[in-house]
Write a protein that binds this ligand. Structure first.
Ligand code: CO
Length: 294
C-alpha cells in the first residue's frame, strides 16, 4: 500500500511513502534506515562545467554531512561522451537502481534543473515509478528545480542582479541566456524579465530554444539604444550553449548577432550553479525535501 501526497503549497515536493515504513523489508525483516541524496543534472562534458557541479556538491555536503551524495545525468549523449573518456555517470534509472541495491531506504532526489520543464517532468515520472517498485525505498522524495514558485523567482532575480559583473557601465545592458523550452514553464523566462526590469530596466532574458528569442531581445535593445551588452548564461552550467550559441564566433551566436547590430557584446562564461546565492535556492529545495525523510 502506498500513499501519494502532493504538497504544492508547502514545498512543491512530491512525497511518496509506504504506509508502514519501519516494516518495509521483505519477510518481516526491518531494514535499517539509510538516507541518501541523488543530485540530478542534464550533465555536461566540458571540464570547465565541473566547477558548477563541484560547487553544488560541496554545498550539499555542507548541509548534510552524514548523507552520501550520488549523481545522475539525464543526457545520454553527455553520458556517452564521458564514458568514452573513462568517466561513468549514471542515468537517473541506474542511480536509483544502484541505490536500491545498496539498501538505501530514504532518498531525496534533487533536480538541478532551472524550470519545471520536460526534463523535470520525466524525472518526476521516473521517481514515481521507482517509488512503486516492490522491495524498494521506504521514502523517495523529489526536490523542486530552481524556479518553482513566485518566492523562488524573487530570490533568483535578486541573485541575478547581485551577480552582474561590477565592471558593467550604467548604460550597458545585461542579457541573460536561458535554455528555453516548448513546455508551458517556459513562461518563467519572460516573467523573470518582467521582475528584473522593475529593478533594472536594462536586464533582458532571452532563450536559445524557446521564447523570447534573440530577435525579440535585439529589438528591445535597439529600442533602448543599447551600445554594449553583457551576455550571461542563465543555465546551471556554462556549457555548450553558453560557449557556442552565446559566446561563439559562428554567425548565429548571440555575440555575432549583437556585433552585427553594432552592439558590443561581452560574454560572461559562468553558469548559475557557480554562484553561491543561486545554489542556495536549490539547496533550500533539497532541505525541504529532506524534511519529508524525518
Ligand atoms: Co539544449
Amino acid at each position: 500500500m502506498k500513499r501519494i501526497l502532493n504538497l504544492p503549497f508547502i514545498a512543491i515536493l512530491l512525497v511518496l511513502f509506504l504506509a508502514l515504513p519501519a516494516l518495509a523489508g521483505h519477510h518481516g525483516k526491518e531494514k535499517p534506515v539509510k538516507k541518501g541524496i541523488l543530485l540530478v543534472a542534464f550533465g555536461s562534458s566540458m571540464p570547465e562545467a565541473q566547477i558548477a557541479f563541484d560547487t553544488i556538491e560541496s554545498r550539499v555536503k555542507q548541509a548534510f554531512p552524514d548523507v552520501p551524495v550520488h549523481w545522475a545525468y539525464t543526457s545520454s549523449i553527455i553520458r556517452k561522451k564521458l564514458a568514452a573518456q573513462g568517466r561513468n555517470l549514471d542515468s537517473v534509472e541506474m542511480a536509483l537502481a544502484r541505490m536500491m541495491d545498496q539498501e538505501f531506504t530514504d532518498v531525496a532526489v534533487q533536480s538541478l534543473h532551472t524550470i519545471r520543464g520536460e526534463e523535470y517532468d520525466d524525472l518526476e515520472r521516473t521517481v514515481v515509478a521507482f517509488a512503486h517498485l516492490p522491495g524498494g525505498f521506504d521514502r523517495l522524495v523529489l526536490g523542486a528545480p530552481l524556479l518553482s514558485t513566485q518566492a523562488d523567482m524573487e530570490k533568483v532575480c535578486r541573485a541575478v542582479l547581485e551577480n552582474i559583473p561590477k565592471e558593467r557601465g550604467k548604460k550597458d545592458a545585461v542579457v541573460l541566456m536561458g535554455h528555453g523550452s516548448p513546455h508551458p514553464s517556459n513562461a518563467f523566462y519572460a516573467a523573470m524579465m518582467f521582475h528584473l526590469q522593475r529593478q533594472d530596466p536594462l536586464v533582458f532574458v532571452g532563450t536559445v530554444e524557446g521564447a523570447p528569442g534573440i530577435e525579440d531581445i535585439v529589438a528591445m535593445l535597439k529600442q533602448r539604444n543599447v551600445k554594449k551588452a553583457w551576455l550571461v548564461p542563465f543555465m546551471s552550467v556554462a556549457g555548450d550553449h553558453a560557449r557556442n550559441d552565446m559566446a561563439g564566433d559562428e554567425d548565429d551566436s548571440w555575440k555575432s548577432i549583437l556585433t552585427k547590430e553594432k552592439i558590443v557584446a561581452v560574454p560572461v562564461l559562468k553558469g548559475t550553479a557557480e554562484y553561491d546565492n543561486m545554489v542556495s535556492v536549490w539547496v533550500d529545495h533539497l532541505k525541504d525535501a529532506m524534511k519529508h525523510l524525518e
